[in-house]
Design a protein around this ligand. Sequence first.
Ligand code: ADP
Length: 648
Amino acid sequence: MLSRRRRAFHLRRVMLAAGLWMKLRKRRRCAPTSRQDSENPLLTATKKGSDETMDVEDVMDGAPSDDNFEPPQPRGPVRSRKPPTRKPGEEGDTLPSGPKPRKIQLLRSVFEGRPPVVLFSYTQACCAEQRPLDRAVPADEDGPRMFYSHTDAIHQYNAVINILRHGGLYRVRAETNRWTVLWSLHPTPEQLQRFSPVQRANHFPGSYHLGRKDLIWRNLAKMQQRFGKEYQITPQGYILPKAFLAWDAARLRQSDALWIWKPCSQSCGRGITVLSSDVPEEQLRDLAKKRGIIQRYIPNPLLIGGRKFDMRIYVVVLSYDPLKVFINDEGLVRFATELYSDAVETLQSRMMHLTNYSVNKQNPAFVQNLDGQGEEEKEDAGVDEAGQPKASKWSLKELRIHFARESLDFDALWEAMKDLVIKTLISVEEPLKADWCKTLGIEDGGWSARGPGGAHRGSCFEIYGFDILVDRSLKPWLLEVNICPSLSSGSPLDKRIKTKLVADVLTLVGVHPPAALWKLSPESVHWPASGNVSPSDDNEAAAGCLISEDEMRKRALKLAGQSPQEAVSLFDEVAWELVVEAHDQEMRSGGLEMAFPCPNGSRYVQYWGEESYCNLVLRKWQEAGGDAIFRSKKLPPWVPRQVCFSKT
Ligand code: ADP
C-alpha cells in the first residue's frame, strides 16, 4: 500500500516537471526571432510573441477567485535563483536559462520639464489589449535597479508579482527599505515613519473603517442621519447584538420585510443567513447574542435570465485629500446559479440568494467564463437562446452589451455607481484621517502630517472591491467594500481583468525612478523645458503638498468665494502643482476612469465638514474647464507647458 502511494507520488512529480518543461519550450518557440525586437523593451511590450520578462509563474492562479476579502495568508517566500552579484535579500531572475536583467520602461510626463514614472505594461500572457505606448521610453540600461517588496503577511497573487517583475522591478525584503513599492498589509507606524517621499504602499492605515461591515455601516448611517435620502446608498442595517431591540422593533413594524444577517469580518458568503420578519423564538435568542450586522434584504434585484447578480467594481484611491478616485472600466458580474424567487420558503437556498463565486462554484450548473483567452469579449457573449447567461461570471463589458440589447440605460447606472462610490469614500475620510495622524504619531496634523522620513498624503494608495447590487428600478445598492479584493486569476477572464488592473494602478500611482535611470538621456525621457520653467527634482515631484494645515486654510478662504475662473487666476505655485499632478495622473490612467475630482464636484462639498484646500483647488480647476485650461496660452510662467495631449 505504502509503495503504491510512493510510486504515485513520484509519477506526479515527473508529470509536473514534464508540464513545466513543455510550457517553457512553448514560450521559447513564441519568443521573437528578431534580435532587435527582443532588445527593444518598447517593441517587446507592444509586439505579440515576445517573452522578454515573462516568468514561469505567469500562469493562472490556482487560488480561488472569490473577488472578496482574502484573509492574510502567510506563505513561503518566492523561489528565486540568486545570481552571485546580488546583495542579500535582493531577488534574481527566476528563468532557468540563467540571470536575465529586467528592463524598465519609463513613461514621460505630458508636461515639459517633469520627471517620468515607471510604466507597467501588460504581460502578454494576460491577453489584454496593450495601452498606447507612444510616450514610453526605455530606461538607461546601466542605471541602478529598482525594487519592490511583497511581504508574506498577505496572499501572493500572480497578477501582482508578474506585473511588478514585468515592470522591471526586483524583489527585496521589506526591512531593507530599498523598495519603491510595498505590497503588504496596512503599513505599521514604524514602517510609515521610515517612508521616503518616493515610497508607495498599497494600503492606507485605517482603511478597515471601510472594509468592516459594521464600521462602514456606522459611517454611512451617520451621513444618512444628516443628509437623508441622498445618502441611502446601502440597505438599512443594525449592528447586533447592540441594536437588537431597534431591529426587533423594525421587524415587527415591517412584517413583510426580508433580512440578511452577516458576520462583521467574514467574506465569501460565510455565515450569512437570509430570513423573513417572522423569526422563530430560538433564532431570535441566538441573534440577540451573536455579533454581526443585519440588513434589509433587497427583495427585487434586477434579474438576467431569471438570475440574481451583483457587480464587483474596482475602485482606486490615490489620496483622500485631495480625494482622487478612479474606477476601473472593467469589473465582474457574478450570477447566482439558481433561478431567483423572493418566496420565504426559498430563503435557505444560498445559490439563489447569494451571488458569491465561492458559494456558486459548488453548483454543477456553474459555468466558467473562458473569455480573455486571446481576445476580448465578443459581441455575442452573454445570454443563450433561452435568455440564460452563458457563463456564471461576466465582465462589465458583457453587462453593458446586455443593457444595450435590453434598452436599459447603462450610462445612467454607471453615473449612479460613481456617485455611490464617492459618497462612500467621503463618509470614511474623517476616521481615515485620524488613523493617518495616529500612525505618524502627530495628533491633529490632518492629512498634512508628514513622516520623519518623508511620508506624505500621497504615499499610500488602495484598490477597493465595491460589491454593488442593482434593483429592478436600476438603483445601485452598496453591499460591502473589500479592502483586499481577490486578485486571483482562476479563469482567463479574471486573469485579463486583474492583471491589467494591477498594471494600470501601478502606472497611475506613479513610481518615481531614481534620476540616474533617466537623467543620462534627458532627450529621450524628459521633454525639453522651455523658458524659465525649472524641471522639478524627483523627490520634489513625489513629495505631495508641502504647506501647513493652517496655511492651507488661509489660502482656501481666499479662493472659496471666487468664481472658478477668478479662483484659477489666483492659483499660486502650490495650487498649480496640485492641478498639474492630478492632470498628469489622469493622462496615464489606462483603463481607469477618473471619478473624482469631477466637473460636478460642487454637489459633494456639503458632505465634508469643511472642504479642504486641496479639494477646493481641484474643484475650481474642474469647474473652470479642467484639462482644457492647459491648452490656453495665458498660464503663469511657472506652469509647465503641456506638450502631449493623448491619454495613455
Ligand atoms: P461577503 O463578504 O460574505 O461576500 P456580502 O455582503 O458581499 O458578504 O454578501 C454576500 C452576498 O449576499 C452578496 O454577493 C449578495 O448576493 C447577497 N447580499 C448581501 N447583502 C444583501 C442585501 N442586503 N440584499 C440582497 N442580497 C444581499
